[in-house]
Ligand binder design. Structure first.
Ligand code: SAM
Length: 178
């Protein structure tokens, strides 16, 4: 049985292998390293399979009839959703925004622009810039207090008549359900 000191050392060793964002204003606590990006990429394909596609069918219908939209993924992480979408919609212009810069921009150099940005502060885009804004799995990224600002920002950068899709898990605990 290892002593407490040995156990402490092992915990340190494990945690020092992970790397995290350095945005002091952000409350997100999951790592940003290669292992995490690999996990997010695998999770992307599981979610795509579960929902039988990369977006809501109504948005797909609109995109299929107008396949040159300008699209933003907020909190894009590894950008697997963007890269997957870009292979189906090569005429769209994709933008990704996150508090960490971990995406491999070389995947689609002419079709993708990344910007660092915190959705709970201000997104680095002009008003009404996007036809479609997508944000997935930000439930662990934003505190309850940060959501109103984040929604306001997403609305601000979406064109009037544009599309917004938020995809998240229901993380309410049983006491909050009614
Ligand atoms: C669980 S990951 C989901 C990544 C991606 N949307 C996906 O579905 O694979 C959450 C992402 O949100 C980013 N994030 C956390 N807080 C953020 C903030 N305040 N503004 C923008 N992005 C944020 C994290 O860096 C991380 O890449």
């Amino acid at each position: 049985m290892p002593s407490n000191k040995t156990q402490e050392k092992e915990v340190e060793k494990v945690s020092s292998k992970r790397s995290f964002h350095t945005d002091k204003s952000a409350t997100y606590w999951l790592p940003k390293d290669e292992d995490e990006q690999f996990r997010l990429a695998g999770q992307h394909f599981a979610i795509k399979d579960l929902f039988e596609g990369n977006m809501h069918p109504n948005i797909k219908e609109a995109l299929d009839s107008e396949p040159n939209m300008t699209i933003l993924d907020v909190g894009c992480g590894s950008c697997t959703w963007i890269f997957d979408m870009a292979s189906d919609y090569p005429q769209c212009d994709f933008h990704g925004c996150d508090i960490v810069d971990v995406a491999n921009k070389e995947m689609i150099p002419n079709q993708f622009t990344f910007q660092l940005g915190n959705v709970a502060q201000r997104l680095p885009y002009k008003d009404s810039m996007f036809d479609f804004v997508y944000a997935r799995l930000l439930a662990l990224a934003l505190s309850e207090d940060e959501w109103p600002r984040a929604i306001q920002e997403i609305l601000r950068v979406t064109k009037p008549g544009g599309w917004i899709q938020l995809v998240d898990a229901d993380v309410k605990n049983n006491n909050q359900r009614n």
